[in-house]
Ligand binder design. Structure first.
Ligand code: ZN
Length: 256
């Protein structure tokens, strides 16, 4: 069982992801923001698309599905809660379901907060989590279908993953997330180093996706809201619950 992964930019800041199972030749696209870049990535790699795994119903994650499905015949797996709003769904899934891509297996988590239908694919053996618009490098999704406590509970599940887990998120918001993270957590040396790394990557035409849980636990303010520095960063007294610090951080980020 070996997973190979390719990431690439779609639209202006969406991230396309292909996960290839070298044992069976199966290959999954995580969302299809637009068809062109996904088809080009398949051409470049020579991988044959068998599956499309949809994280949520927003247009910038599903717009390319009809064309890519027509050209590849891929099977479309999508959140049951929004399956009527996503084109070409073959398999509707929810919490506790398992999805196979060749010999690779993912557990489905329902991770609402950004929107109510959002799901995450956790490939435990491959050490890969496809977070969509829930967890970003140095940030988290906007709360469009709240309350924010719902997103907080979803993010707790990521916090429990092993250090080396690779986090694939749906957008390259790394630099703007980094600016906010530094404002909220200015004395965090690991964060300053990570932002410098992100700036260097940008200059070289790369982005810090995937990240790892080890990096995010040390640098992502939304996974660090239990630490006293973050309470201080949002002017709340020491001892404020991590959940309340998170809610305050999230609403500050909306105005940042
Ligand atoms: Zn979205």
């Amino acid at each position: 069982m070996t997973a190979q992964v390719k990431t690439f930019l779609c639209r202006s800041d969406n991230i396309g992801v292909l996960i290839h199972d070298s044992e069976t030749g199966a290959c999954a696209a995580i969302d299809v923001p637009e068809a062109g870049p996904v088809l080009r990535a398949l051409d470049e790699t020579g991988w044959r698309l068998t599956d499309i795994l949809v994280t949520h119903r927003h247009g910038d994650h599903i717009a390319g599905i009809p064309e890519v499905k027509e050209k590849t015949g891929a099977r479309v797996t999508a959140p049951r809660k929004a399956s009527g709003e996503i084109p070409g769904v073959d398999v509707a899934v929810g919490e506790g379901d398992t999805v196979s891509v060749g010999s690779l297996t993912a557990q489905v988590w329902e991770t609402p907060g950004h929107c109510s239908d959002h799901i995450t694919y956790w490939f435990e053996q491959a050490g890969i989590v496809c977070a969509g618009d829930t967890l970003f490098t140095l940030g988290c999704g906007r709360v469009l279908e709240g309350p924010p406590e719902v997103l907080w509970r979803s993010l707790q599940r990521f916090s429990a993953l092993p250090d080396e887990t690779q986090v694939f998120s749906g957008h390259d918001y790394v630099l703007s997330n980094g600016k906010f993270a530094l404002a909220a957590d200015p004395n965090n040396a690991a964060l300053r180093a990570r932002v410098a790394e992100a700036e260097q990557a940008k200059r070289e035409g790369r982005f810090l996706i995937p990240s790892t849980l080890a990096h995010e636990r040390r640098t992502n303010p939304f996974l660090r809201s239990e630490s006293p520095e973050l309470a201080q960063g949002v002017d709340l007294p020491a001892g404020t619950s991590a959940e309340n610090v998170f809610v305050t951080l999230r609403s500050w980020k909306d105005r940042f």
